[in-house]
Design a protein around this ligand. Structure first.
Ligand code: ZN
Length: 266
């Protein structure tokens, strides 16, 4: 199974760029749509955050490397009064550049103009961005729209538009991974098999492997978030269900359901 790490730019006290939109909020919406699209097609996805919380870049990089991702993208939006999408990849080129190209092609299909594929170097001639330089897999940084440009930001000022961006990123990822996107945009008819590592036995003990794991009122991302597990603790699962590409486990406490892809057998 292919693994993709999605960094979600900024969060918590760091709003990122601000203008007509707040970057951290738009980033999360796009990233969630990207995750849902990939997960529905059998890709194992880890997101740096699924809620509005503070995070550190070094943690994101470490998490990506520990997850052993095949590809990584960091979801951002731009500022500086430019206009259009841009995407950064490593100066090394290679698969990261292919990923950037594939994502750009999908974004252009949305009607968004592209400022092109970019690289940026630091004073020692290495990749400037830590997310590109220090992640072990090919990685890109997506800058969807300029949040401080009235016209450009209007392309991502609804949930549906944010979702379209996230899905465009996902399609570029699938193409790069060589995974056929047979459903042509609609959610996969048949839920894919869950991650091999996802425990599925009932009454089993699982340990949370992420800093913030949402508890939902039902088995699926459309259910309301009723809490967040932040202790990487061990929990007992009394029932499981597959939905939307995840295996959901019901907490014994009755608090709700969690995605078992973010846990390991304890
Ligand atoms: Zn940003």
């Amino acid at each position: 199974m292919s693994k993709v790490y999605i960094g979600v730019g900024h969060g918590g006290s760091d709003s990122g760029a601000a203008g007509y939109l707040i970057e951290k909020t738009v980033n999360l919406k796009m990233a969630q749509a990207c995750r849902d699209y990939l997960a529905a097609r059998g890709v194992e996805v880890l997101m740096s955050r699924t809620t509005d919380k503070d995070q550190v870049l070094t943690t994101r990089i470490r998490e990506c490397n520990q997850f052993d991702a095949d590809l990584a993208l960091d979801v951002h939006n731009n500022a500086g009064n430019g206009d259009g999408f841009e995407i950064f990849h490593s100066i090394v080129g290679g698969k990261g550049q292919v990923l950037a190209k594939n994502i750009e092609a999908e974004v252009v299909k949305l009607g968004q103009n592209s400022r092109g594929l970019k690289t940026r170097t630091n004073s020692s001639g290495s990749d400037y961005f830590g997310f590109i330089r220090q992640t072990q897999c090919p990685a890109v940084i997506c800058e969807g729209v300029f949040v401080d440009n009235k016209q450009d930001s209007a392309q991502a000022d609804t949930d549906a538009e944010c979702r379209a961006f996230g899905e465009a990123y996902a399609k570029g990822v699938l193409k790069t991974l060589g995974i056929e996107d047979t459903t042509g945009g609609a959610p996969a008819a048949k839920p894919t098999e869950p991650a091999a590592s996802a425990p599925s036995k009932t009454g089993s003990l699982v340990q949370v492997t992420t800093d913030a794991l949402n508890i939902r009122s039902g088995a699926g991302t459309s259910f309301q978030i009723t809490g967040v597990i932040r202790d990487r603790g061990t929990y007992t699962i009394v029932d499981t269900k597959k939905a939307g590409g995840y295996t959901w486990g019901k907490l014994k406490s009755g608090a709700g359901w969690i995605a078992l892809e973010y846990t390991k057998q304890a």
